[in-house]
Design a protein around this ligand. Structure first.
Ligand SMILES: [Zn+2]
Length: 354
């Protein structure tokens, strides 16, 4: 979407609470596994307004029309005072570890579905799409389609791609493309990819997801992926998991290796390039995240419409001072979304070398 059209699009959004972390899915999701092989999620309708997600042959989650009906979502948004939602795929559907052909097809179908939902209420919805990360060239192509053709903010990706870290050099072209598009990349843990040990202990949600996000973030900083992709806007889900808490220890680990390391290269300094959402369920944890990433780099996120969601949206903001609260409720999200699709200034300058 050209810059002027995108500016107009953002200006047309309803002002108010801006929730960047919600999920949606097509209730008639095609069973791509039956065509491409692999193990892909599928959906069984259980009623006119309800359905069941099937993952690896087992019931994964009972879902309802809030996952696919713009009008159902708008009712809740109006009741809770949410002006805008960013729709993104349910993470288990990202399927970065499955055959690439199936993942690419599922991403395409999901992105077209999300675009249809957004079109129902473009002043209330934006979207982040899916990409087949296991095939970086196709991930770049789908990311570009999402931003340029579908008018999305960017895409949602998992914290790893099979056994590969996001920081692996094979994914540099993806992050460089995200940089050139000034795209938003929501990094979201996928419960299917968590350490089996944590699942057996029953800590997949409480410990596995925050840990997984921390590993991905630490690896991205250490690999200098961000240096190669300065225009990408990387947002860590769930208040960045446990990452804010462990940053001082990451710094100390760096200094143990190189006592003279420049302060600007420490993880805590480099982390200020990242963003996170507010889904911490706890104001002290939220304030720590704000301290780590900066007052401008934390945005409202709820995980609507699932059981884990924060309800009402932004409940954790109670007790924050008025200025910070207004930033987290919407001002920061507006800044996060500004100029998506436009080349960042440092790349524009490259066209006119001195
Ligand atoms: Zn989520």
């Amino acid at each position: 979407m050209p810059g002027s059209a995108w500016t107009e699009r953002l200006a047309g959004l309803r002002p108010g609470r801006f929730d960047v972390h919600t999920h949606a899915i097509d209730p008639d999701l095609p069973d791509v596994g039956s065509v491409y092989g692999g193990s892909f999620p599928s959906i069984e309708r259980t009623g006119t307004r309800t359905a069941r997600m099937i993952v690896d042959g087992r019931a994964y989650r009972e879902i309802d029309e809030r996952c696919w009906s713009p009008s159902a979502r708008l009712r809740d948004m109006d009741a809770e005072g949410v002006a805008v939602q960013v729709l993104s795929p349910i993470p288990v559907t990202l399927c970065h570890e499955q055959p690439a052909d199936g993942a690419a097809e599922l991403a395409r179908v999901q992105n077209d579905f999300l675009a249809g939902m957004v079109a129902e209420a473009p002043h209330r919805f934006l979207a982040l799409g899916a990409v087949p990360m296991q095939d970086p060239a196709r991930a770049v192509a789908e990311l570009t389609r999402c931003v340029h053709e579908l008018g999305f903010l960017g895409v949602e990706i998992g914290t790893r791609v099979g056994d590969l870290e996001l920081a692996n050099p094979v994914f540099l072209p993806f992050f460089e493309a995200a940089s050139q598009l000034s795209a938003v990349i929501l990094v979201h843990p996928v419960d299917r990819a968590l350490d089996a040990r944590l699942g057996r202990l029953g800590f997949g949600f409480g410990l596995g997801m925050p840990f997984e996000t921390s590993v991905a973030a630490a690896a991205l900083l250490a690999a200098r992926t961000l240096d190669a992709a300065p225009g990408a806007r990387i947002v860590l889900a769930h208040g960045a998991g446990s990452f804010p808490a462990i940053l001082p220890r990451l710094d100390r680990g760096q200094l143990l290796v190189d006592a003279d390391m420049d302060a600007s290269q420490l993880a805590s300094a480099r982390a200020r390039r990242l963003w996170c959402d507010s889904l911490t369920y706890d104001v002290a944890s939220l304030e720590l995240a704000v301290g780590r990433f900066g007052t401008g780099h934390v945005v409202l996120g709820t995980d609507y419409p699932f059981a884990a969601r924060e309800c009402p949206a932004g409940a954790v903001f109670d007790g924050l001072d008025t200025e910070l609260r207004s930033r987290l409720e919407g001002i920061n999200a507006q800044a996060l979304c500004a100029d998506v699709g436009a080349k960042p200034p440092h790349l524009q300058q490259e066209r006119f070398p001195a």
